[in-house]
Design a protein around this ligand. Structure first.
Ligand SMILES: Cc1cc2nc3c(=O)[nH]c(=O)nc-3n(C[C@H](O)[C@H](O)[C@H](O)COP(=O)(O)OP(=O)(O)OC[C@H]3O[C@@H](n4cnc5c(N)ncnc54)[C@H](O)[C@@H]3O)c2cc1C
Ligand code: FES
Length: 258
């Protein structure tokens, strides 16, 4: 894997709704090397404020263009939302270990199931693009209808999409993990791929174990250096502590301890 630190030209940085943004930049080398589940670590401001870079998953790649999908939640991502097209963005990437989707593309009598909570749609959309010929099933969960993200984009790829909202305002009423249990009663799952809040990933892990289906989970912990040097992002695994930024962010559910 080739990781670079580069100053990439911003092609566009557009608000798509509320505090959700699409940012597209140009980097032939990142575009060529990026794999689903990997991320870029961005110096979001013009100088060193904020000091720490912010990690954002690679959402899509087209030619030499790389697209990110982010939610402006705090100082760093709000700074990022102020960046303008034509400016240079200092970033490092692609970073981390992404999803292993070699089996998923070969799927015939069973389907890959992608389970996204909130912004967890971002790395899973890039994955869906890679495995779209195997017609993955995508489950998207959120608190309410307004927070359901990327439904149309996944459908355009040819994925079957099912939704779950806590308040029942759209799709299944309840947690996306309850929907997953229901779906696994009717569909043969080849493998689970998931990204979202920790409690959701823990439940996906339990369901994968109960159903004897492998699961790959992408963790979105708080990072510091983002390059494996500071040990600020370690999580407990069966083989000791591992760094989310370098050994992950994608881990096998069998590996993680909760
Ligand atoms: C590998 C990886 C990939 C990511 N991909 C994306 C992505 O594609 N799109 C996207 O919008 N976000 C993504 N994130 C989360 C994103 O990095 C954080 O939202 C961002 O760093 C917050 O910075 P901030 O300064 O805006 O917010 P802060 O001021 O640092 O925090 C604002 C609020 O967000 C919470 N928060 C901060 N970081 C995280 C986090 N990592 N996970 C959960 N809550 C957090 C804080 O607790 C606080 O409540 C990813 C994180 C990781 C580790
Ligand atoms: S953030 Fe420094 S090792 Fe992961």
């Amino acid at each position: 894997m080739k990781t670079v630190q580069t100053k990439a030209k911003i092609i566009s940085n557009k608000k798509i709704k509320e505090n959700y943004w699409h940012l597209e930049f140009e980097s032939a080398i990142i575009a060529k090397n990026a794999l689903p589940g990997q991320f870029v670590n961005i110096r979001v401001g013009h100088g060193f404020v904020p000091l720490l870079r912010r990690p954002i998953s690679i959402y899509a790649v087209k030619g030499v263009k790389v697209k990110l999908f982010y939610q402006a939640v705090g100082t760093g991502t709000q700074s990022l939302s102020q960046r303008k097209s034509g400016e240079l963005l200092d970033l490092i990437g692609p970073l981390g270990n992404g999803f292993d989707y070699r089996q998923a593309v070969k799927a015939k009598d069973a389907r890959s199931i992608l389970i996204a909570g909130g912004m967890g749609v971002a790395p899973l959309f890039f994955l869906a693009e890679k495995i779209k010929t195997s017609q993955p099933l995508v489950l998207i969960g959120a608190k309410t209808q307004k927070q359901i993200l990327c439904m149309q984009e996944f459908k355009k790829l040819g994925c079957t999409v099912k939704l779950a909202t806590d308040d029942g305002s759209l799709g299944f009423k309840g947690k996306v993990t309850d929907l997953l249990k229901l779906v696994l009663g009717q569909t043969k799952g080849l493998g689970l791929f998931s990204c979202g809040p920790r409690p959701m990933l823990k439940r996906v892990s339990e369901i994968s174990c109960e159903n004897k289906i492998p699961a790959q989970l992408s963790l979105e912990e708080h990072l510091a250096c983002g390059t494996g040097a500071c040990l600020g992002c370690v999580v407990a695994t069966k083989s000791g502590y591992k760094r989310v930024c370098k050994d992950g962010p994608v881990f096998s559910s069998k590996e993680l301890t909760w």
